[in-house]
Write a protein that binds this ligand. Sequence first.
Ligand code: NAD
Ligand code: UD1
Length: 336
Amino acid sequence: MHILLTGGAGYIGSHTYIALVQAGFTPVILDDFSNSSPLVLERLERITGRAVLCERGSIADVPFVKALLERLQMQAVIHFAGFKAVGESVAQPLKYYDNNVAGTTHLLQAMDATACRTLVFSSSATVYGDPVSVPITEDFARGHTNPYGHSKLVIEDMLAALQNSDPSWKVAVLRYFNPVGAHPSGLIGEDPRGTPNNLMPYVAQVAVGRRPFLNVYGNDYPTEDGTGVRDYIHVQDLALGHVQALKTLKANGKSLTVNLGTGRGYSVLDVVRAFEKASGKPIAFEFAPRRQGDVAQCYASTTLANQLLNWTAQLGLDAMCTDTWRWQSANPNGFE
Ligand code: NAD
Ligand code: UD1
C-alpha cells in the first residue's frame, strides 16, 4: 500500500518512514528539502535495505501532487511538511501562513481531486496555548500564542470543515508533545539549522562541544525544581503512533484527534542530568530569564491515544538521551 509522506525527509517523517516500511507499507517521500538534507535518503536506504521512493517538490504544487497521488495510487497521506520555528513565525508570519496553511489547502485540493481522502496530520500540543491544568486532555480549550501555533489551529479547523462537508474524508489529527531522540542506529536524527530553539538539540550540541553552555530559561516556575516541565516523547514511539493511526483509520474509518505524549513531565534540569549520564559529558548551564510564551508545565493525558490507537509510548528519558547522543556524537555537524 503506497502512502505519501509530505516532509518525509525531515526529523519526524524520516523516522516514521522506517516504521512504515517495517509495518509492511510502501512510503513515498515528497519533500522540497527546505529544512532537510537529501543525505537522509541514503541513510534510510542503509537502515531499511531498500531503495527509497522520493519526489522532490512542494505540497503547494497541485498538478504535481495530483499526478503523484494518481501515478502511485496512493492510499493515504501523512502530512508532516511545514515550517516549525516559533520565533521565525513571529518575525515572518506570512511565510508560516503561506507554507503551513495555504500549502495544506493545496495538498488537500490535490487529494480531493484524486479521491485520496485519508490523512494523518502533524499537529502539536501548541494548540492548547497556555493550558489551565495538566495533564492535558483532547477536549481542553485550544488557543495560540504565535503564528506557528495559529497555523496548526487553522489547519485543524480546516480539516474539521472538510470532514463536515464530505464524510468520505478520514482524518487523524496527532497532537505531538515534545519529540526528541533518534533512531537507535545513530544514522538519522534531528538536525536543526542554526541555533537550536528546542532544549534537547541544544543540550546535545553543548555535550558535543558546539556550544559553550545551555541557557536554562527560568528557575522560578511553580515546579519541583523551578524549571519548565515538558512531556518529552521518543521519536521512535511517535513514529509507531503514526503507523497505529494509519491502521486505525484504514480499519474503522473513523476520524480522530489524539495527543501523542508519554503522560510524564520532566524538568529542564532532569533532562540535563539524564543527558550527562547518557553522554558521560558535563553539560554547563546558566540560569536565564523566562522565555516569552513559555508555560510552566505541559504534559499529555494519554488515555485517548491508548484507547483509540492501542498505542502507548514505551521509551523513557534515558533512551531518549542515549539515542540523541549516539546520533549527535557520530554526526557532530548533523547531515553536513
Ligand atoms: P522538519 O522541519 O524536520 O520536517 C519538515 C519537512 O517538511 C522538512 O524536510 C522540509 O524540507 C519539508 N517541507 C517544508 N515545507 C515543504 C513544502 N512546502 N513542500 C514539501 N516539503 C516541505 O520538522 P519535524 O520536526 O519533522 O516536524 C514535522 C511536522 O511535525 C511539522 O508539521 C511540525 O510542525 C510538526 N511538529 C513538530 C514538532 C517537533 O518538535 N519537532 C512538534 C509538534 C509538531
Ligand atoms: C517549543 C515551542 C512549541 C513547539 C515545541 C516543539 C516555544 C515558546 N514553544 O515548545 O510551540 O510546539 O517547541 O517544537 O518556543 N529551554 C531552555 N533552554 C533552551 C531551550 C529550551 O531552558 O535553550 C526550556 C524551555 O524553557 C522549556 C523546555 O526547555 O521549559 C522545553 O523547551 P522546548 O524544547 O523549546 O519546547 P517547548 O517550550 O515545549
